[in-house]
Design a binder for this molecule. Structure first.
Ligand SMILES: O=C(O)c1ccccc1NCC(=O)[C@H](O)[C@H](O)COP(=O)(O)O
Length: 205
């Protein structure tokens, strides 16, 4: 069954809704973003997350010691590198890693294959920030990917309406969403539940 990562959660009711609906990963933003939260807020939200649901900290070109410190304080399970981090930098930190790649064309797919990380998150290029744009990219580019699909997380512009098709075409290990479960710029428990149920095949539109 496809795993689901819900990203950019800031409020307890949305964390609880995601956990209840069966989210596998919950992402906290520690990089410039309208969804950024403080370490203290993340620690508080993390109290409602059972150990079966993995906590992901999203960083963009952050200093090594800050990543290590936040990972330790929030007890993060994965670090999501959403900037220009190199394989060497990721390896030096030595924590379980998700590397995000902005997909504009085949070159970006080839670049991803030069990394050795736990998961490869394919996203569309951001607009104001490095991610979370709500825009999708050409999923067909992933036909050329030389990475096992069991390590691929598909992101970028997914929502309750297109996630079923995306899963059918790409067959990724997991799907990731942020904007697509928001209403008027705020996460919606109903949209989160709906998205997870569709991605897991429990709800057919
Ligand atoms: O979500 C953000 O605001 C963000 C900002 C800067 C870097 C990464 C960011 N998000 C990381 C994610 O994993 C998002 O879920 C991913 O980019 C997909 O977002 P969306 O297209 O909004 O579903």
């Amino acid at each position: 069954m496809t795993k689901v990562k819900i990203c950019g959660l800031k409020e307890i009711e949305h964390v609880e809704a995601a956990v209840k609906a069966g989210a596998d990963f919950i992402g906290f933003m520690f990089a410039p973003s309208k969804r950024r939260i403080t370490v203290e807020e993340a620690i508080e939200l993390a109290k409602s997350i059972p150990s079966t649901v993995k906590k992901v900290g999203v960083f963009v070109n952050e200093q090594t010691d800050i990543i290590r410190q936040i990972a330790d304080q929030v007890e993060l399970d994965y670090i999501q590198y959403h900037g220009d981090e190199t394989q060497e930098e990721i390896q030096e930190i030595g924590l379980p890693a998700i590397k995000a790649f902005s997909i504009r064309g085949e070159e970006d797919i080839k670049r991803a294959a030069t990394y050795d990380v736990d998961y490869y998150l394919f996203d569309s290029p951001g607009t104001n920030f490095r991610g979370g744009s709500g825009e999708s990219f050409d999923w067909m580019l992933l036909d050329k990917v030389n990475i096992p699909m069991e390590k691929v997380i598909l992101a970028g512009g997914l929502n309750g309406e297109n996630v079923g098709l995306a899963i059918m075409l790409v067959e990724p290990f997991a799907v990731d969403v942020s904007s697509g479960v928001e209403v008027d710029g705020r996460k919606s428990s109903t949209a989160i539940t709906n998205f997870i149920e569709i991605a897991k095949g429990e709800l057919i539109l």
